[in-house]
Design a protein around this ligand. Structure first.
Ligand code: NDP
Length: 314
């Protein structure tokens, strides 16, 4: 049998970081690194992060487009992506645990005033701030998917008063997580979010979700944690909400333009913490293992792991 031919495609990163894991897995795949893809009619699958637009449409044998991460917005943004090709995201317990530790840190950093203690240490000031019990700090998680659920379960275990918001109603949320869903329950959800965590996928419906109207619906002094996508956030609206003291702080891990440009106001805003899209990562070996598994599933006609709903966009 001929080996599957896989294009490793990205306009943003060097996909060669996956090669040692392919070698270790003894995959036997015919791997193609652009920009010279060889014969386009030989390519069976594309493994990618921000693939070049138009590539998938030029591959007549294409049977799978696979993300190296949880998000697929960088794939579905290609207007020429063939409608019938399955698109998969990575499912990885380590990715969830990375996100849990990032969000738990971000919530506690502000709720327990560690930001103030870091500043006081710089000034050799020994001074306490009052502790608000975790059960009185309400965390709202927008997006109750693979990552939102894991974060919700962990924060509830830490004693926070946690709610999650999703598109559809849920009957199986983690213990201690209150469920809200749909546009009709959004205002109630926001009104009880002292910290709002964005873990939505980026779709046409969620682009610009974190904007002035939404900020006004949050309690005064709320903290925003955006670990979704940069394009969820309207940057100028966040600066305005902070400068009006309606929001107290923001912790941002994803940005419309990455790397965040050196002159962007987020870098130096005193109440914004910027991290370089590191909330979580998937090990290359996990990406390679899932791709190989999905290629075998394609051969066997079995359901794919991590297949997204092309109509919903996630
Ligand atoms: P999932 O696809 O598993 O879950 C998405 C959740 O969002 C679902 O609960 C879904 O609702 C909800 N949702 C989608 N659209 C809407 C809408 N219009 N209104 C209300 N709820 C909506 O995603 P993951 O949890 O795996 O990942 C979430 C995102 O996290 C990724 O798409 C990516 O952008 C980001 N991410 C960031 C990383 C980082 O390092 N910063 C790393 C990995 C991911 P329902 O359940 O009803 O379908």
């Amino acid at each position: 049998m001929r080996p599957s031919v896989v294009a490793l495609a990205s306009t943003a990163i060097d996909m060669r970081y996956l090669l040692p894991s392919f070698a270790a897995a003894g995959s036997g795949l015919d791997l193609r690194l652009g920009p010279d893809w060889g014969a386009l009619d030989e390519i069976d699958a594309v493994l990618c992060w921000h693939p070049p637009h138009g590539l998938a449409a030029r591959l007549p044998r294409l049977r799978l487009v696979h993300s190296i991460a949880a998000g697929v917005d960088h794939i579905t943004a290609d207007p020429t992506l063939p409608a019938d090709v399955p698109v998969c995201r990575v499912i990885d317990p380590d990715m969830a645990s990375g996100m849990v530790s990032y969000v738990a840190w971000a919530v506690a950093h502000r709720h327990r005033h560690f930001d103030r203690y870091l500043e006081r240490q710089r000034q050799s000031v020994w001074e306490e701030s009052p502790i608000v019990p975790s059960r009185l700090h309400r965390v709202g998680i927008a997006g109750m998917g693979v990552l939102g659920r894991a974060v919700g379960a962990a924060l509830a275990t830490l004693g926070y008063d946690v709610a999650g918001w999703s598109r559809s109603a849920k009957t199986d949320l983690p213990a201690g997580v209150l469920g809200y869903h749909g546009a009709e329950e959004l205002m109630a959800f926001l009104g009880r979010s002292d910290t709002l965590v964005c873990l939505l996928p980026l779709t046409e419906e969620t682009r610009g979700f974190l904007a002035a109207d939404l900020f006004r619906a949050l309690p005064k002094g709320a903290h925003l944690v955006n670990v979704g996508r940069g394009a969820h956030l309207v940057d100028a609206d966040l600066i305005a909400a902070l400068d009006e003291n309606h929001l107290s702080a923001a912790t941002l891990d994803a940005f419309t333009e990455e790397p965040l440009p050196g002159d962007h106001p987020f870098w130096h805003h005193p109440r914004i913490v910027v991290t370089p899209h590191i909330a979580t990562r998937t090990a290359p070996s996990v990406v390679v293992a899932q791709l190989l598994d999905n290629l075998a599933r394609l051969e066997a006609g079995a359901p794919l792991v991590g297949a997204i709903d092309r109509l919903r966009g996630y």
